[in-house]
Design a binder for this molecule. Structure first.
Ligand code: PLP
Length: 406
């Protein structure tokens, strides 16, 4: 039985006030709050179990290495990867996608080759591909969403040409909440020998992910949205793609031998992890994914789906709110503007006065904003600990903003 009151009690920050009001935290799409178990894991690591990893000549280093390496199996389980050797640790999705751009795409793509992107990608899944456009003459092909924010998987497959070398696509839009049928896209792309990178930054928080079922070539996740520490993350890479990939960062840990004349790299996945990593951050992320799996991803998704449906029903009563992204089976993410002169920044300032934290701006999605013909939106994004009572407070605060600006 999903007990949201008990879950809320696990997150210390949720009991604080902001501007004299109980905090209503609806900025989870930007970063989620941390349960006490994650805070405790971080404290325990630093207070009692800290040393550098993979330098195991003393007790603490072995202990830290064991704690750190155990996370690889947890993330493999979380994503249902065949093996933990398919999991490369990093600082988050931005680093994961850049690693693929530098390590896999740059050596394997040439001028005129094409990469397909959807118009709703986050800049983290756009800018690394612009590097290839600028530096190697790779062509970016864009696929639009429809008026509801849905992306037709067939439109992505139809955009494939003999020059297409990669599809880089989000699994869930951080603005519209749209879920993308990445499984069908992978099937259609693989039939034409095109690999697929999936940006799982938002989806992995809100639904069970099975990288084997999706058959993704690359699947990136970011720890701070998964109730874990910032500076933690991972990317799943299929063995055949890993074999084609060159290291992106060079340094300690990713090598077996270094001489004046050459280097012998470590085995994968260590080959792709240079330097002292975010040891404690990754240990915190391991605890966070355990926490999510203990509650069950299906149960979390079902709770968030009821929040989504409740929010849709409440917003339907506000005919001066324009919600972007109206597919019914979306994630619990609502980007909106208000009729009249109110700028999203002003709306979010009013909401903040009521203790309601939302995000306002472009959400790192320049091409989507252009497609929507907007400069900015407000975004309320929900998490496993949010409640329908908080939706009511948000709606009341919107009505106040409308009274002031409308
Ligand atoms: N992709 C999506 C869809 C996101 O929402 C985000 C973060 O907002 C990112 C990528 C980038 O994640 P990070 O900044 O943690 O690397």
């Amino acid at each position: 039985m999903y007990n949201v009151a008990k879950i809320r009690a696990d997150f210390p920050i949720l009991s604080r006030e902001v501007n004299g009001k109980p905090l209503v935290y609806l900025d989870n799409g930007a970063s989620a709050q941390k349960p006490q178990v994650v805070i405790d894991a971080i404290t325990r690591s630093y207070a009692n179990e800290y040393a550098n990893v993979h330098r195991g000549l003393h007790y603490l280093s072995n202990l830290a290495t064991d704690n750190y390496e155990a996370v690889r199996g947890k993330i493999a389980k979380f994503l249902n990867a065949v093996s933990e050797n398919n999991i490369i640790f990093n600082s988050g999705t931005t680093e994961g996608i850049n690693m693929v751009a530098y390590g896999w795409a740059m050596p394997n793509l040439k001028a005129g080759d094409e990469i397909i992107l959807s118009v709703m990608e986050h800049h983290a899944n756009i800018v690394p591909w612009h590097f290839l456009r600028e530096r190697q003459g790779v062509v970016l092909t864009w696929v639009d969403v429809d008026a509801t924010g849905a992306l037709d998987p067939q439109a992505v497959i139809d955009a494939i040409t003999p020059k297409t070398k990669l599809i880089a696509i989000t699994h869930m839009s951080n603005v519209l909440g749209t879920k993308v049928d990445v499984k069908s896209i992978c099937a259609g792309a693989h039939a034409k020998d095109v690999p697929v990178l999936v940006d799982g930054s938002q989806s992995a928080v809100h639904m069970a992910v099975d990288v084997q079922d999706i058959d993704a070539d690359f699947y990136a996740i970011t720890g701070h949205k998964l109730y874990g520490p910032s500076g933690s993350g991972a990317i799943y890479v299929k063995p055949e793609r890993m074999a084609e990939m060159q290291p992106f960062l060079g340094g300690g840990d990713m090598i077996r031998e270094v001489s004046k004349d050459g280097v012998v790299y470590n085995d994968s996945p260590m080959k792709f992890e240079a330097g002292t990593p975010g040891i404690v951050q990754m240990i915190g992320l391991g605890t966070a994914v355990d926490y999510m799996m203990d509650h069950g991803m299906e149960a979390i998704a079902s709770h968030e789906n009821s929040l989504r449906d409740y929010a849709i029903s409440k917003l339907a009563g506000l005919n001066w709110i324009n919600v972007q992204g109206t597919t019914p089976d979306k994630g619990a993410i609502f980007s909106f503007t208000m009729d009249g002169a109110a700028h999203p920044h002003d709306i979010s300032t009013i909401l903040d006065k009521k203790g309601v934290a939302v995000r306002a701006g472009q959400h790192c999605t320049g091409p989507l904003m252009e497609h929507l013909g907007l400069n900015a939106t407000c975004r309320a994004s929900f998490a496993m600990y949010n409640t329908t009572a908080e939706i009511d407070i948000w709606i009341d605060a919107l009505e106040l903003a409308h009274d002031l600006f409308g």
